[in-house]
Design a protein around this ligand. Sequence first.
Ligand code: SF4
Length: 193
Amino acid sequence: MKIVLHVCCAPCLVGTLPTFAELGEVFPFFYNPNIHPLLEFRKRLKALDVLAERENIKVEAVRQYGLHRFLKLVPPDGKGRCPICYQDRLGRTAHHAAETGAAAFSTTMVSSTYQDHNAIRKAGEEAAAEAGVEFIYKDLRYCAADGLALAKKMGLYRQQYCGCIFSEYERYKDTNTDIYRGTHKTAKTEKSP
Ligand code: SF4
């Protein structure tokens, strides 16, 4: 059976791929307009490219940065955003599965211990019904630690927050880390080139 596997990030792919490979021929598909800001998006995509090259995995990726699309989809205050985020990503994946002749699709998000699995399952099943393909739900949370350990061993980038600017704020809002420690030169002390 041909299965399109929505990939949220490299660590989740490396952790779940062996399990999905037992079900059929897996075609990883990266579509994540929810990852912000731009440099974070590029870091996660680069980690996926590094993994794909190293392990000889053929990955299809939507490389366009999706900030504007994401902000149009979710409420301005970010409340209730996750089910919408799942619907968008799994909806696109379901259509990609149908267009490429796959019988089914799933997502590496099912290995996350942070995501709302009921909402993922609901979004996946609705997208499946609309596109005419099967959604495979498996609770793979037990794969998360292995995925992270493997990613660390391979030197892959491992993100510190879910993806969107709201989740980045929630992750860091209570920290007081001084991230800027550069030396500062005033205009008076700087010499002309
Ligand atoms: S917290 Fe994660 S799942 Fe929820 S909207 Fe943001 S990126 Fe999407």
